[in-house]
Design a protein around this ligand. Structure first.
Ligand code: MG
Length: 461
């Protein structure tokens, strides 16, 4: 998903990404940050943070240099998780923040996330505005006489975040359970907060891939193929649970006591149930998630009269829907979980805190809780398409074929049948259609999948 310079769109699903020193050069980053700085009003206060990726040593300096030139008051938080920066911006007198991170992308990538004063990433319309400033080079250059102040350091961002998470948890209950936890922060900023949080609670902690001083030992995306080592350590130490973050620690993927990497929408279902049943939070009776999540969440939460609102794929859409409608939680199937009592964004440490509270309250093992969820057979794959027009044809045809079923068409097409669901949607980053199928049996999952593929073949040849 390397960006081409001719492309008018700079922002992807979450922020701007590119390969360090290929597209993300000092010149390029300066131009981007001039556009971002010009979007905010002159004199705005922005908090800048970064993860420990190789390129961010120079990128963060280019960002701050351009912001100063555009007349922004710049504050520097240093190495922080994205949710820590977001929490700090929300609770202090800042107009926004910039996080220099490529999140879960491979190590050669760098990126920029832009946050506004409520701690959430920019709304989509604001992304378009920044792109326009960038392409038209309508940069604001402040007068020399308005300069005169340097970057100020802010040193308590991680501490403030940890305290914020601790405040919301039943610490005593978790401490009494004497849990053993393995943490894999992908040699990045989660190593600065998650172990401290757990030690403050009194949990026994083992950290792997916790060293920020060298290139990462694993790829940053917390998916099973990158978590083989973490899963082995959980088993070898007989730990109660393992947790893996992505590069900027807004995602939390869990490994159970049997060493299984649990899909993010499954743990989210368990956490939503914990929030309702054990924490007694039933209002507003709503959970927000993207169409790529399993319908298990509806199945489980309908018992508590909690409605599920389906959004487009992308955490910003989930966050913004939560703020406008109200919700007890929101999540993505990739391990991004949002607990609005803390903040309306994905939040790795808060998610872990809730998981430990769940295990301590119910005195259960994660493997048992996971095995109690209805069993589903899943196919997740993608098929190539030539262009956007192909995607529209496929979606329209499926809408006709499945018109008797419940159809959600906010992003591609999601069909929810009696004992199955599927999603067919065009990827935002590659010329492919993504296909997710889930049902109660292997045969029926395969059959639904084959039906979809033959529809696509008939249409596109
Ligand atoms: Mg991330």
């Amino acid at each position: 998903m390397s960006l081409s310079v001719s492309s008018k769109k700079l922002f992807g699903t979450d922020g701007i990404r590119g390969i360090t020193n290929e597209w993300f050069t000092p010149e390029q980053v300066t131009r981007l940050a001039l556009a971002i700085g010009s979007f905010f009003e002159e004199g705005s206060k922005l908090l800048v943070g970064r993860d420990s990726r190789a390129g961010n040593s120079f990128i963060v300096k280019s960002v701050m240099s351009a912001l100063l030139s555009a007349g922004i008051k710049v504050y520097y938080a240093g190495l922080v998780p994205t949710p820590a920066l977001q929490y700090y911006v929300k609770h202090h007198d800042f107009d926004g923040g910039i996080m220099v991170t490529a999140s879960h992308n491979p190590s050669e990538y760098s990126g920029i996330k832009v946050i506004v004063n409520d701690g959430i990433e920019l709304p989509r319309e604001a992304e378009r505005e920044i792109e326009e400033i960038y392409w038209k080079r309508r940069f604001r250059r402040t007068s020399w006489s308005a300069l005169g102040r340097d970057v100020k350091s802010v040193n308590d961002v991680n501490e403030f975040y940890i305290m914020g998470v601790l405040k919301l948890l039943d610490i005593e209950k978790i401490r009494r359970q004497r849990l053993k936890v393995v943490i894999d922060p992908a040699n990045n900023v989660g190593a600065l907060t998650t172990p401290k949080l757990l030690r403050a609670i009194g949990v026994k902690v083992t950290v792997i891939n916790g060293d920020l001083s060298h290139l990462p030992d694993r790829q940053p995306e917390p998916v099973p193929e990158n978590l083989v080592e973490a899963a082995a350590v959980v088993k070898a130490l007989r730990a109660d649970i393992g947790i893996a973050h992505d590069g900027d620690a807004d995602r939390a993927i869990f490994i159970d006591d049997k060493g299984r990497v649990i899909p993010g929408d499954r743990t989210a279902v368990l956490l939503c149930r914990h929030i309702v049943e054990n924490r007694g939070e039933r209002k507003p009776g709503r959970v927000v998630t993207a169409v790529s999540s399993s319908t298990l969440v509806e199945e489980i939460l309908s018992k508590y009269n909690i409605e599920v609102v389906w959004t487009r794929v992308g955490s910003i859409d989930i966050s913004r829907t939560m703020t406008s409608l109200g919700a007890i939680a929101g999540f993505e199937e990739n391990g991004g979980f949002m607990y609005p009592k803390h903040q309306y964004v994905r939040d790795g440490a808060m998610t872990l805190g809730l998981m430990l509270e769940l295990l301590s309250t119910e005195k259960r093992r994660l493997s048992d809780l996971y095995d109690e969820l209805p069993r589903r057979y899943i196919i997740k794959t993608k098929v190539p398409i030539k262009n956007r027009g192909d995607a529209v044809k496929v979606v329209e045809e499926l809408k006709v074929q499945y018109r008797a079923e419940r159809v959600i068409d906010v992003d591609g097409i999601k069909v929810i049948g009696k004992d199955y669901w599927f999603l067919v949607r065009p990827s935002g980053t590659e010329p492919v259609m993504r296909i997710f199928v889930e049902s109660g049996s292997e045969e029926s999952t395969k059959k639904i999948y084959n039906d979809i593929v033959s529809t696509i073949k008939d249409l596109l040849g």
